[in-house]
Design a protein around this ligand. Structure first.
Ligand code: JFZ
Length: 485
């Protein structure tokens, strides 16, 4: 029987109004483990919002296969971390080919993290386990992991290398598992599995046992490696998600107990958003994750009030393929970073190291080019918020309080840049040539800046513009129509 004082307390508590500042309260469908105020939420998200740029790493047994099956190129195209799915191999056939080719050299992760650091990345998210089911840590749960197979703890090695460069740590963890013998792929509608449509080789399966495996490995990962800053789940379908699929409520509760400050994506409940949805920002629900993950694309506009991160490959594959030569140009990568920052999002740019952990020259070249640009222009990315105005013809912008960073992509032929704002300039200078002051004048069409003849950067030149007062923005049509005839 309940005692009298506790029932009085319960009665009193029920009289209290819901706190208006409380976001992500327990929902009726029990999907939420976040209990925090808006202020607490903003404090937890602060470093992530400032970061704007991170490195994604896809590295696992598929990396050694490098796009080959039976010793020859499987097929054209990307997504080679899915090779087990493409060839419909069971886990034994897959491991027999892939394991011997996965031979991490000592100290492999140091090169990744140095490359990320010099590029201006603030965080790194790496695959602790991809869909193939092979865990990179020394797991006591099962025997398909680096500890059991290689006598290594690759998660520890990667985390230590990242910390040595001062990078925040993100764990990608696949919910989908093509190895575990209790994963009931027949129930996992809408999710890939190499044996889909075939009977379970072991007769019956009990998905609850897979969930227990998932939870216990996540627990090892979150309890054993110090502070974890990001958990990047991957992925669900509408038909298979949340509690039935992954025991999401319990999983998130456990995660938040072990790592109260961790930031999570929403893929415990949703798929990869490779397609734009008309009401994308409205679909987002902070009860189901801290940020949403447009994949291989940049949303058409920003999503005010929604935290989002575009993840993208350098070529067409997440996991290494020796055949994929469709590398994005330095210009495209730098402009993507600028575009994403101008819309208030983060850019998570992928590398796919080889089976020995080394990087191909194209990967090094790409991140080095970004680093060269960031060395001059990082202050226009880190700690900024979205542009106060729509993208003008000449490029994009970001903002840091009273400072507007103008990312000039099309250098004006007449040397005059029109900024669609009524404000007066306090100061304007090029980040590449800070000693040269840029003359400005306020006109009805906007703020005109007289730029030097030559763009200092072949891809994006950045003007730092300090203005008086809140941005007083002109509609971009007006600013554009004000161009010289
Ligand atoms: C997922 C993974 O499958 C992929 O290997 C990679 O890790 C990426 C970051 O995340 O990508 C997906 C997931 C689902 C679809 C497409 C890509 N989908 O449903 O079309």
């Amino acid at each position: 029987m309940k005692n009298r004082s506790s029932s009085i307390l319960a009665a009193l508590l029920s009289l209290l109004p819901a706190l208006p500042s409380e976001v992500m309260a327990q929902s009726s469908d029990g999907t939420d483990a976040f209990h925090e105020t808006t202020a607490e939420h903003d404090a937890r998200m602060a470093w992530w919002r400032d970061a704007r740029f991170g490195m994604f790493v896809h590295w696992g047994l598929y990396s050694g296969l490098a796009g080959n099956w039976d010793g020859k190129q499987l097929k054209k195209g990307g997504g080679m971390e899915w090779i087990q799915q493409y060839v419909k191999a069971d886990t034994d056939a897959y491991a027999a080919q892939a394991l011997p080719l996965f031979q991490p050299k000592p100290g492999f992760a140091r090169e990744w993290m140095k490359l990320a650091k010099q590029a201006g990345c603030r965080y790194v998210v790496f695959t602790t386990k991809h869909h193939e089911g092979f865990s990179l840590h020394d797991s006591k749960t099962g025997d398909f992991n680096a500890g059991a197979k290689l006598k290594r703890d690759l998660v520890k090695e990667i985390v230590e290398a990242a910390r040595a460069e001062g990078l925040k740590i993100g764990f990608y963890h696949s919910l989908i598992d093509w190895h575990h013998d209790q994963y009931e792929y027949a129930k996992a509608k809408g999710l890939p599995h190499p044996l889909a449509g075939k009977a379970y080789p072991n007769g019956k399966r009990d998905h609850e046992l897979y969930k227990a495996h998932l939870h216990s490995q996540v627990k090892e990962l979150l309890a054993g490696y110090g502070k974890v800053d990001i958990l990047w789940w991957d992925f669900s379908s509408q038909a298979f998600q949340g509690d039935p699929a992954w025991g999401a409520t319990d999983l998130v509760n456990m995660v938040r107990t072990l790592q109260p400050q961790v930031i999570m994506n929403n893929r415990l409940y949703s798929g990869a958003t490779t397609q734009a949805a008309a009401d994308e920002s409205k679909l987002f629900n902070t009860r189901k994750g801290d940020f949403t993950t447009p994949e291989q694309r940049i949303p058409a506009t920003g999503m005010p009030g929604v935290d989002w991160e575009t993840c993208m490959t350098l070529n067409g594959t997440w996991g290494y393929s020796e055949y994929d030569k469709g590398w994005k140009s330095d210009k495209a990568l730098i402009r993507n970073l600028v575009e994403i920052a101008s819309k208030g999002g983060n850019y998570l740019l992928n590398i796919g190291p080889k089976g020995d952990g080394s990087l191909c020259p194209e990967t090094i070249k790409a991140f080095t080019a970004i680093g060269r640009w960031m060395k001059v222009n990082a202050e226009s990315i880190h700690g900024t918020t979205a542009s106060p105005f729509e993208a003008p013809d000449w490029g994009r912008a970001t903002r840091k309080g009273g400072v507007i960073y103008l990312h000039v992509q099309e250098w004006p032929k007449d040397g005059v840049l029109t900024v669609p704002m009524r404000n007066h300039a306090v100061e304007a200078l090029l980040l590449a040539e800070p000693a040269t002051k840029i003359p400005s004048s306020s006109t009805p069409e906007g703020l005109k800046l007289k730029l030097p003849k030559q763009a200092p950067d072949p891809h994006v030149s950045v003007v730092k513009l300090v203005v008086k007062g809140e941005p007083d923005v002109l509609p971009v049509e007006n600013a554009a129509s004000a161009k010289a005839p």
